[in-house]
Ligand binder design. Structure first.
Ligand SMILES: [Zn+2]
Length: 350
């Protein structure tokens, strides 16, 4: 048994040592020692723990490395105000997810035409220049990015949407050495916010593979990167002249970025004055647009993870139960996490 996996399995269920010990009928002291690696548990106790935690028993043997918040593999936004227990649960679930995707992809050859480049600290030009180089490298046509998810998937990124258990986190991205990068989007964001968030996270991967010294600077750079990637200055500057709320709504429809992001872009590119910017922000708030913007941008859907499930089921002859076991889930939970193509036609089998 790998003690680290026992801890992670417990934390992924949001359970304390006491909760788990009681539910599994194991003395808390024994469980504590087992989690520290200072005692071995009998097979019977291990099975009871696995049952309570609702994981196949072999998950407790996995030896994958586990990454935490603050490691350079693990990016996130706005987590500082969350309680430790919530953070640890999210961290455990995101780690599990990346371990599952690694197992799901290990016997499948999905070739991505591009890859995510990484600049060393201090070796990159401005964030704006980096965004331009990404557009060139990934051969993006001029104009708005049609689908940010498709763009990321073409660079080998796994994109998944999950309930992260708190609206304060918009996304978490994980890039384990030697593996495909993974981006986990929190449920419940508008499509325009998702698009900006994904580009922001991509900016961290490209520019900040080493944690930068100053977090404020990293956040600004990631925002500048996202803004240029989604709304290239050379193209959008002339369109921003005379921006007001009506024009921002029209531009939102075309660029698929929030009205607030477009108004901010107009200020950052010095198309409008700071006082005009403030006045537009006040108008946004007076109309209730700070919370709820008009103009809905179409939601983007990931396809690669579904395709990996489909290939296992349709081409490699796995049953759902077998595939669930491979990725360390029970069948019922597997269906919730990786619905994939339905047999019988609820979801289209490609
Ligand atoms: Zn960030």
């Amino acid at each position: 048994m790998n003690p680290r996996m026992l801890v992670m399995a417990r934390e992924s269920r949001g359970m304390t040592q006491k909760d788990l010990a009681q539910a599994a009928g194991v003395p808390q002291g024994t469980l504590s020692k087992a989690e520290n690696g200072s005692t071995e548990l009998s097979e019977d106790k291990l099975q009871r723990l696995a049952d309570v935690l609702r994981y196949p028993r072999h998950v407790l043997e996995w030896t994958d490395p586990v990454y935490g918040f603050g490691s350079s593999s693990f990016y996130h936004r706005k987590q500082q105000t969350l309680p430790q227990t919530t953070l640890r649960k999210i961290q455990a679930n995101v780690n599990f997810l990346s371990m599952r995707l690694r197992r799901l992809s290990s016997s499948i050859d999905i070739k991505a035409p591009f890859s995510v480049p990484c600049y060393d600290e201090g070796e990159y030009p401005s964030a704006t220049e980096v965004a331009r180089s990404i557009r060139a490298r990934w051969m993006l046509p001029m104009g708005p990015i049609d689908s940010v998810i498709a763009m990321l998937e073409s660079a080998g990124v796994y994109v998944v949407r999950r309930d992260l258990g708190s609206p304060r986190i918009s996304a978490i991205s994980v890039w384990r050495p030697g593996e495909n990068p993974m981006m986990v989007l929190n449920e419940g964001m508008s499509a325009d916010r998702e698009r900006f968030t994904m580009c922001h996270e991509l900016g961290h991967w490209v520019m900040h593979s080493e944690p930068p010294l100053e977090e404020g600077r990293a956040e600004r750079e990631a925002d500048d990167f996202a803004a240029e990637l989604l709304m290239p200055a050379a193209e959008i500057r002339p369109q921003l002249h005379g921006i007001d709320l009506a024009k921002a709504a029209a531009l939102k429809r075309y660029w698929k970025t929030a009205m607030s992001a477009l108004i901010r872009r107009a200020r950052d590119l010095e198309v409008i004055t700071p006082s005009r910017y403030r006045s537009l922000c006040v108008q946004m708030s007076q109309h209730g647009f700070s919370r709820n913007e008009p103009v809905e941008v179409a939601r983007e859907e990931p396809t690669v993870v579904d395709a990996m499930v489909r290939i296992h089921l349709a081409e490699h002859g796995y049953s759902r139960r077998e595939l669930a076991d491979v990725v360390g889930l029970r069948s019922d939970e597997f269906l919730g996490e990786f619905p994939g193509p339905a047999v019988g036609g609820l979801r289209r089998v490609q």
